[in-house]
Every structure is written in C-alpha cells, then in structure tokens.
Ligand binder design. Structure first.
Ligand SMILES: [Zn+2]
Length: 307
C-alpha cells in the first residue's frame, strides 16, 4: 500500500541550480540585497530552468519510487517587499496553472505585505481578487518581510481575513541552520512571529483561520507545547523542518495530543519530501493519526480530495 501524502508547505525556488537557490536564499534572508534589481534576472532564470516550480513536480513524482505518493502540494511564496508582491503572485499562479494542466496537483497561498495598507492602496480589493483567482490564503513571513506582526497594518489584515474567512499562514521565528542570529543580519526581534505573537493574534482575532509553520515555534519544542489544549478555533501547525529539531518522543506526544490540529509539511526544497515523510513514519503513530497528519487534515481544510 502506498503512503498517501498532501504537502501543504512547499516552495518554488529551485534545488538543483546551486546559484539560483543561493540567490533565492539571499533574497529571503539578507535584507541588504536590493530586491527590485534582482527580480528580472531571477525571473529569466526561473523561466528558463527546468527546475523551480517544475523541479517541485519532479520531486513529487520521484517519491513514487519509494512507494510514497505526494498527491497535492501548496506553494507558499514570500515577497520581501511591496514591489515584489504582484510579480511573485503572478509567477506563482502561472506555476499552479501549468502544473494542473493534466492533473490537479498544486495550490498556492498568495504573498502579501502589510506595507500595502500603509501606502493607501486598495489592498482589500487586491486580496479578494487574489482569492477569486484561486489562492487559498495569505502567507506571511514577518521576520524576513520586516514588519511587526502585531503592528496596526498587520492587525487590519487579520481583521479583514477573519471577516472573509481567508486563512493566514504564519512563518514562525527560527534561526535557519548555517545562518547567523537575526540581529546580526539586520533583522529585528519584534518582527518575529513566535508563540507569544500567535497567542496575542488569536486573542484579538479569535475566528481568524491561523496556520503556523514549523509547529508554531520555529525550533523551540518547549514553546510548541504552549499551543496545546487551546479552546476555540485551533491554530493549525505544520511539521515542516521541526522533526529535525525535536526529539521523536516529543514530536509524537504533540501529534497524538491534537491529531486534528497538525499536518505534515516538507518545506521543500529546504528539505526533500521523501526524507521528511519518513520522519513522520518513524514516529510510529497509530494508522488513523498518521493518515490525518499526512493528508486527511489538509484534505479537509483545503477541500481537495487526494485519497
Ligand atoms: Zn517554508
């Protein structure tokens, strides 16, 4: 019996082109890189490359060799600034259309930047338009997008999304392996979305559909425990990257405590899909819990049948 997987946390930057992945990582993690100048250059390369979003499909197909069927994935683009939002959303939706020509395999969240709101643009119209053309929600990465996740613009965004039932996926604070601590790279602590931030947002916007990447704690299992046992609408947490950092017993405990509130995520290409699925398998969860984590919860949330 093949292992069925729905992967709600993937990215489109390419893995095989070393130079490209480095450029993408620099864009994401180094605020000194001037983004607008980088775009055209990177866009050409992504378009010409067989990798990028196409590499993602190759990765999904490749898992079959190991009896793992990655049947659907959700792209999570991040534009560091306002100027890149439209370009990246266009590119992402194009990738989704291309991928789905034969089989329905990809969905995507849209990228957004709260500075849009301060600039006096018709941001509400823009968000509704994005949802209309098929985006499933908004992805935010406050640390690298360099905004305060509890600031006034961000709160306007949460209020709007709460009202319209638009999910928001939050990247949570973490120090990527091999990168210096944030303040050494010019990032600010108040821009991180950590467990305290998530709880503050939940208290202000109790009906907002919240998804927290990296189990809500970005590398800090003791913080992730604080999200257990909450009343009301759950904060969905994905397992992306975190299973590398938690002891198996601790990860297993959390997934067993709230099997409806967690789902798998690979964070491809930061982590290969087969490798990250195997980390779920080795926890030895009960079959029904394992199925919820690997596809049933996401299936239900996105309304996309994969089994
Ligand atoms: Zn990610």
């Amino acid at each position: 019996m093949p292992i069925i997987v729905f992967d709600p946390h993937v990215h489109g930057y390419p893995i095989r082109e070393r130079k490209l992945i480095e450029a993408a990582m620099r864009m994401l993690f180094d605020p000194r890189v001037s983004i607008p100048n980088k775009y055209d250059h990177l866009k050409d390369q992504v378009d010409q490359s067989v990798d990028g979003p196409k590499g993602l499909l190759v990765e999904m197909d490749g898992a079959q060799e190991f009896d793992i069927q990655i049947r659907h994935a959700v792209l999570l683009p991040v534009s560091r600034n306002v100027q890149g939002v439209k370009w990246l959303n266009d590119l992402t939706m194009q990738a989704v259309h291309d991928a789905n020509r034969e089989n329905f395999r990809l969905s995507a969240f849209a990228t957004f930047h709260p500075s849009f709101i301060a600039d006096g643009n018709d941001w509400q119209g823009m968000i509704l338009g994005l949802m209309e053309i098929g985006f499933k929600g908004i992805k935010l990465h406050s640390l690298t997008q360099m905004f305060n996740p509890l600031g006034p613009e961000a709160q306007k965004l949460y209020g709007f999304c709460e009202r319209y039932g638009i999910p928001i996926l939050f990247d949570t604070y973490h120090h990527p392996i091999g990168f210096p601590v944030p303040h050494e790279m010019g990032f600010h602590e108040e821009n991180s979305t950590n467990v305290d931030t998530l709880l503050a947002i939940r208290a202000l916007f109790p009906r907002l559909k919240m998804i927290a990447a990296h189990m809500g704690s970005g590398g800090r299992p003791e913080d992730a425990l604080r999200l257990l046992g909450m009343d009301g609408l759950p904060i969905i947490r994905d397992t992306s990257i975190e299973l590398n950092r938690y002891p198996d017993s601790e990860a297993k405990y959390m997934l067993e405590q709230e099997p409806n509130n967690y789902w798998y995520g690979s964070d491809y290409p930061a982590q290969r899909m087969v490798e990250s699925v195997r980390k779920i398998l080795r926890l030895g969860l009960l079959p029904e819990i394992q199925e919820k984590i690997l596809f049933r919860n996401a299936e239900q949330f996105f309304g996309v049948q994969v089994s």
